[in-house]
Design a protein around this ligand. Structure first.
Ligand code: PLP
Length: 360
């Protein structure tokens, strides 16, 4: 491919070019089988190998302990907002939720529809400009877990450290999945939609502690019980074969790059290139407290909405797409997920610097 737009979309995301090329090459006929992988039975030995390869790469890259199961599910991160409380909140228990923005508050809303859940902290009054520290949290007796969103994709805020509390953590890591090491001793469950960092839409990845699966109510509809999927290696029903296949390729690419540790360094470096421009003058402004700035979703403002409109139009002409902030907050947002090349981030930084020089 000769021309590739610099796509800063918040999700679905830019994927590594070598992965897309490999998929294109293998799509029509998979491995001399005479058919496409996505036309095959999900019970075939050929698909089975692809499926388990993806699962074992997840375990390897995330250093997943033996008593944690890896599940590949449908319904996105959104279905996990419901499945988490359904599998954990029995009568008499409650759960604390960190309301750190759009996604944290949606998770809390769904948990409250199913069981008893409360905000352990809310950033609403501060305009969601930071994450809480452990000392800010109000954990009530009888709390089964504390739910957090490690990175708020819309607000552009990130938890630099995970809370140190004496109940298990459950984390929505959709938008910084595999860009940071996980302290497994503190987590009972981690989930995310694959389309932000790991692959195409249509797949959610869930890491769940076996004791949580075992203590879940046994009267849930089968798809909604983690046990169904854990027992069947995520082959209880037809799995989303295409995104599982492509995500396996993204994971193999990540491994080649040096795994989560390398992704963490690269992601931070891409974000720094853009924040450095923001901080080097008065023209651009970040609404986020520097300690909590996201590495994957860099949110910023220009001096006026008119200049923001102009910025987006000029960026588009320069081959940089999807920089408009979420409709709920406005401004500009550059999403810099793992598949986005470093030079796209530096090209954006250079474009921002040039734009400022002519309009500032
Ligand atoms: C995008 C996003 C979601 C929703 O994901 P879906 O897979 O579309 O359901 C949830 N949480 C976070 C942090 C997100 O970025």
């Amino acid at each position: 491919m000769t021309h590739r737009v610099h796509n800063f979309c918040a999700g679905p995301c830019t994927l590594p070019l070598p992965v897309l090329e490999e998929v294109a090459h293998e799509l029509v006929e998979f491995d001399n089988s005479g058919m496409s992988l996505i036309e095959m039975s999900h019970r075939s030995p050929v698909y089975d190998e692809v499926h388990h390869n993806t699962m074992s790469l997840l375990r390897e890259l995330m250093h997943v302990p033996d008593d944690v199961s890896v599940l590949l599910l449908q319904g996105g991160a959104t279905l996990q907002f419901a499945m988490v409380p359904m599998n954990t909140l029995t009568p008499g228990t409650t759960a604390g939720y960190i309301d750190s923005g759009t996604w944290g508050s949606k998770a809390l809303a769904d948990a409250s529809r199913w069981g008893d859940a409360y905000p352990a902290w809310s950033g609403a009054e501060e305009g969601y400009s930071r994450m809480p520290e452990t000392s800010d949290l109000d954990i009530r007796p009888g709390s089964r877990y504390l739910h957090l969103t490690s990175n708020e994709t819309i607000g552009g805020i990130r938890m630099p450290d995970f809370p140190e509390v004496d109940i298990p953590l459950i984390g929505d890591m959709s938008s910084d999945f595999l860009t940071r090491p996980v302290p497994w001793d503190r987590f009972d469950l981690i989930y995310g939609g694959a389309q932000k960092n790991l692959g195409p839409a249509g797949l959610a990845v869930v890491f769940v502690r076996d004791r949580l699966i075992e203590s879940a109510p046994d009267d849930l509809p089968s798809y909604l019980a983690y046990a169904t999927h854990a027992k069947a290696d995520s082959l209880a029903n037809t799995p989303p074969m295409f995104p599982i296949w492509v995500m396996g390729k993204v994971l193999a690419w990540m491994k080649e790059q040096g795994g989560v540790e390398a992704m963490s360094t690269q992601t931070a470096a891409k974000a720094r290139a853009v924040y450095d421009i923001i901080d080097s003058g008065e023209f651009y402004r970040s609404p986020v407290d520097p300690r909590y700035r996201s590495h994957t979703n860099v949110v910023f403002r220009l001096p006026s909405p008119e200049l923001e409109t102009e910025f987006l139009a000029e960026a588009d002409k320069a081959g940089m797409a999807n920089l408009k902030g979420h409709r709920s907050v406005g401004g500009i947002r550059a999403s810099l997920y793992v598949g986005l090349p470093m030079d796209w981030a530096t090209d954006l930084a250079e474009f921002m610097s040039d734009f400022r020089a002519t309009r500032g």
